[in-house]
Design a protein around this ligand. Structure first.
Ligand SMILES: C[S@@+](CC[C@H](N)C(=O)[O-])C[C@H]1O[C@@H](n2cnc3c(N)ncnc32)[C@H](O)[C@@H]1O
Length: 237
């Protein structure tokens, strides 16, 4: 029985195509993304690169930097921009449901455990420094030109100019307000054919409501699928 389960898990892993960097960040406990989401994120990345969709790559919500490292590693000539408060996650609001408030209560009481029972990222003293070191370990220099990390609230650090364009954006920030802000803002600078992946669509009610609201107001955005996360594409013109 146990061996059968192990064989089917091994088969599932072999079917999901992952670059070595993704396997390494997962092995090192640098990401909360389960295998299916990492494989899907990577597939979308390969797709925009193969189709040569213009624009940079961005992530909102980096925590320990795992998924960001995967995105930055495959950026080619594009820039990678990563946004995070690099500290304790800001609280949910009354637009979020009890799932978010219950989770935040555990975090605020100092009772959250991290990946594989390690230290929770929100309790790390210098999370920004830790993430920069992890990038370096993967051969990625945070030079703030080709790889740019912005520390602070998204609402204060993401101020796109007229000329900013994105081909792929990963939104991984849990609650209603930040998801609404990020998706609304990036929808204006997403290239046609570009993609936004929202990690928590199936995890938090507030996140799902924010995504559904933006989709209802933007005819140019199409929800292609909701598993293992929400994949939203800007329609080619
Ligand atoms: C689930 S974690 C990201 C996980 C990461 N992508 C990975 O690979 O494991 C969510 C991150 O979003 C950040 N965050 C949430 N709301 C934010 C906001 N309004 N401004 C800046 N950072 C925020 C949190 O502090 C946290 O680091």
């Amino acid at each position: 029985m146990f061996q059968k389960l192990r064989r089917s898990l091994t088969k599932r892993r072999q079917k999901l195509s992952l670059p070595p960097v993704a396997r390494e960040v997962m092995r090192d406990g640098l990401t909360y993304l389960p295998l299916e989401r990492m494989a899907s994120l990577n597939a979308e990345l390969e797709r925009v690169v193969a189709q040569d969709v213009p624009g940079d790559i961005a992530e909102f919500g980096m925590a320990l930097g795992g998924s960001a490292i995967v995105l930055a590693k495959s950026r080619g000539k594009r820039r990678f921009l990563g946004f995070d408060v690099f500290g304790r996650i800001p609280p949910p609001t009354d637009r979020d449901a009890s799932d978010a408030h219950n989770r935040f209560k555990v975090i605020a009481e100092g009772k959250s455990t991290g990946i594989r029972d390690g230290e929770y990222y929100g309790y790390v003293d210098d999370l920004y420094g830790r993430v920069v070191s992890s990038f370096e370990k993967f051969g990625l220099s945070v030079d703030n030109q080709s790889i740019i990390l912005r520390k602070g609230l998204f609402q204060e650090t993401f101020l796109p100019s007229e000329s900013d364009r994105f081909c792929l954006v990963h939104i991984d920030c849990d609650w209603y307000d930040p998801v609404l802000f990020c998706l609304t803002s990036v929808s204006r600078c997403l290239s046609p054919g570009g993609v936004v992946i929202v990690d928590d669509y199936n995890d938090y009610e507030g996140c799902r409501n924010a995504v559904d609201k933006v989709l209802a107001e933007n005819a140019s955005l199409r929800l292609e699928r909701t598993l293992p996360h929400a994949v939203i594409r800007k329609q080619p013109v």
